[in-house]
Design a protein around this ligand. Sequence first.
Ligand code: KIV
Length: 273
Amino acid sequence: MSAPTRQKRLSTADISSLKGKQPIVSLTAYTTPMARLLDAHCDLLLVGDSLGMVLYGLESTLSVTMEMMIAHGQAVMRGASRACVIVDMPFGSYQESKEQAFRNAARILQDTGCDGIKLEGGAEMAETVAFLVARGVPVLGHVGLMPQQVNTAGGYRSKGHDAAEADKIRRDAKAIGEAGAFAVVIEGTVEPLARDITATLACPTIGIGASGACDGQILVCDDMLGLFNDFKPRFVKRYANLAGDVSQAVATYADEVRTRQFPGPEHVFQVKK
Ligand code: KIV
């Protein structure tokens, strides 16, 4: 009797090979139950450092730690069996030197078993990306709007509106692609620039707020599920209204507890005869 075939996880090479063939479907995931729900539908799950804001209520991603990324990377790996899982490197864990970047990237790969890491940065990070890739660390690049640079960039505004800025982002993406990234996230960038970069790079681009011209799309899962009432940027499409559903469900529960409708007889253990 032959053993049942276990579905194989998509590798970073599989993700690269989708360029020009089919759009890459990606979402963020931070927990085991959510990874289980997303896994069958997504090519790539990103344990993004956006978890600092989404799960921990932090102001920005800057105080996210290696420990947080590793704990959530492990949780997502327990829930995903098909999608390629990438874990973000947190601010301060890779910018100092390529050696620091390798040490922390290796720790993320070893402690979580994930398929690769993501780091933010343009031409200034190209040497680090090449260093990591040459030593067995698959890298997902991230250019355009880079949330870890919020303090120097003066906020979260979209990028590429003037020629100088567009040129810089074009050079950044090219440098990261040529350094060996298996794909590059383009965030918050005007459409013609994203289109141009996508046409030029050998590896796929994955857009968030960077138009349908990219080779794939990524959204923060909690945003597209409508888990926040107070946050709806232009680039997010809401596919559900879970915040509304949760409020409604909890209001009904509260009412039923107060009126002693819950628990009903079907929820109560009786002594077995
Ligand atoms: O941290 C994150 O979730 C990200 C994606 C939004 C690309 O970097």
